[in-house]
Write a protein that binds this ligand. Sequence first.
Ligand code: ADP
Ligand code: ASP
Ligand code: MG
Length: 470
Amino acid sequence: MADLLVMKFGGTSMGSAERIQIAAKLSAEQHAKRPVAIVVSAMSKVTDLLLNTLSKAEEGDATTVEANLEALKTRHIECARELLPADRHEAAIQGIERLVGEFSRIAHGMLLLRERPPRSVDEAIAIGEQLSAFLIAEYMNSTSVAAEAVNAARVIATDAVFGNATPIMEATRERSAGVLKPLLDKRVLPVVTGFNASTLDGKPTTLGRGGSDFSASILAAALDAAELWIWTDVDGIMSADPRVAKNARVLPEVTYAEAAELAFAGAKVLHPRTLAPLAERQIPVWSKNSFRPEVAGTRIVPKIAEGHGPRAVTSMTNIAMVSIEPANTAISGTMVMAEAIEALSRAGVEVPLITSSSYTQSFCFLVRQAELERAQQFLEERLSLELAHGYLKPISIDKEVGLVAVVGEGMRGTPGLAGRIFMAVSRQGINIVSMAQGSSELTIAMVVHRKDLEQAVRSIHDECGMGQPA
Ligand code: ADP
Ligand code: ASP
Ligand code: MG
């Protein structure tokens, strides 16, 4: 659809009645000019609350489950009362109670069985987005903007990797054409739930935490949209997380490749997989602040004409460094590495960084803490003989680490840059545990101790002059 605009509103942009009104106004303004579809996150902190409820159900903690269910219901009902005219309250409360009831049914099933099957988790946590989509669609309808809440389980098709599913684009295109095009043709604004989807045979899935960005980009690609605007709570993509570097600056333009590297290296402003579906179709993306819509934001584009140096520095926590080292030279380090990588790939574990030393034949890599147990299990199984016979030292794991990454297309072939970056960090007395330059030459990454992470980000940010002038 040549002139379609897809917009996504994140958790803070949907976080209260007042924020929902603003999101609706921003949507209606564009909808008056061209076809618009929006994708919404759950109200801020709701997904955490839902996940906590399911964990507590599995533990058998009925008291917390009931308290959480009450909190969930109250938050949405209070929001509906504030948001909607009185004659719509009753119907809205019924709608909210129905959705909370669906969640409650699954949570109570888990409480009974003391089990939390991933498929049921995905079905349950998608309720957060269904509640927020319902609220904003009701509000728009009350202001005479025709809108309809659409469950993305009817629209986005994925594989069956529950909790971190991957879209199947062809099927998603067909489903979008069937479900969303008729609404758009009637000038009804579809309000699609972010974060969730379903398999080809209809089992509910989710796209990973923060996945609503990804939902929006999948839909923008599937519908051949003209643009995607991602509304969040900062002015755009910045030279660093503004919570870490106070003088961080908004970047007016970044390339798809830079944005993707930043997201993969921990910049929470975008879900790591957001850019892939768009880059293929070269759909322009804007990252904008719903609290300050008058600010232009960041434009993500295929290419930036003039050269530019390092653009942003980002950090990642909740990771662990795994080190594997042969105990003697009787064993080939390359072979061990091949076996380890194969084990990680079979485990479906992502490796954000890997480095090796040819002398000791040792190597180390990062995995996310959430995937650590699985990674360890697959590695120990695969390398069991080598470990049992003492060819390998015991696998060592360090959880007190963080990853710092400097990103910028213009860093390619800039002599002395890596040296300056490492010097800036060393001057602060920070020990660099490991370092790597990605083969894309877009990123220089290093692992430091967790306690030094924020300081490392700030010293690189200052050394490269990335921030606002003082
Ligand atoms: P949403 O709920 O809208 O999806 P998120 O909380 O997921 O928003 O992402 C926005 C947050 O990302 C910002 O509040 C900011 O603290 C954080 N962030 C981390 N790195 C960056 C960066 N380089 N640029 C902008 N924001 C960043
Ligand atoms: N609500 C989901 C989460 O908190 C998805 C999102 O907000 O992008 O992870
Ligand atoms: Mg987000």
